[in-house]
Design a protein around this ligand. Sequence first.
Ligand SMILES: O=C(CO)[C@H](O)[C@H](O)COP(=O)(O)O
Ligand SMILES: [Co+2]
Length: 216
Amino acid sequence: MMIAPSILNINNLDLKNDIQVAAQAGIKRFHIDIMDGHFVPNLSFGPQVVSDFKKTFPKLEAEVHLMSNKPEIMVPAFVKAGTDLMLLHYEAMDTAELNKWIDYLKQHQVRVGLVLNPDTPLTVLPPFIPKIDQLLIMTVYPGFGGQKFIAESCEKIRQAKVMLASKIPVEVDGGINRQTAKLAQEAGAEIFVAGSYLFCQESVVAQINELNRVLK
Ligand SMILES: O=C(CO)[C@H](O)[C@H](O)COP(=O)(O)O
Ligand SMILES: [Co+2]
């Protein structure tokens, strides 16, 4: 089990402090949401956030959730910035391109995850299973933090676990809190992205501890 906090909803001027506090509470990997204003109707961070993150916290892992349909611009820039693991959306490009960028990431020693939107069926998954390190099942429609967990995702997680035969971990992203994390875990999820649940309350440490407690 792993919690990968999303830094999306942190007050940008508090990023260093909040990451440090979360790391002291045991977090090893952070989820960095990249939104390009095209693939999703929102803008977030550029590659400098990833390079600053890796310079400031070299021992922490940067997981980049790429919400962009311009991989030719974004993927090399985020690899250069020091991304440890990149999550590519199935919906953002055609299959040939997706395979090309998965190969590119592997050649650059960057681990790869495939991301499926709530509407994308698991039938697209099999050809990618031998090539990926992680599967991310979106539990909200991508674009914004603070949305409500889509309950139907649990059945999708269950089916994905069967298809993956426990070889590749399933991650969930969107609307994760103490209740929905438990539901997703019961369905088979192992990596939990949480943004507003951790960073929009009074104490980041208390929220991490509570999520750890329910997921134990
Ligand atoms: O990819 C995302 C949105 O597209 C975010 O990672 C996700 O929404 C996290 O935020 P929250 O926990 O507040 O839902
Ligand atoms: Co995300």
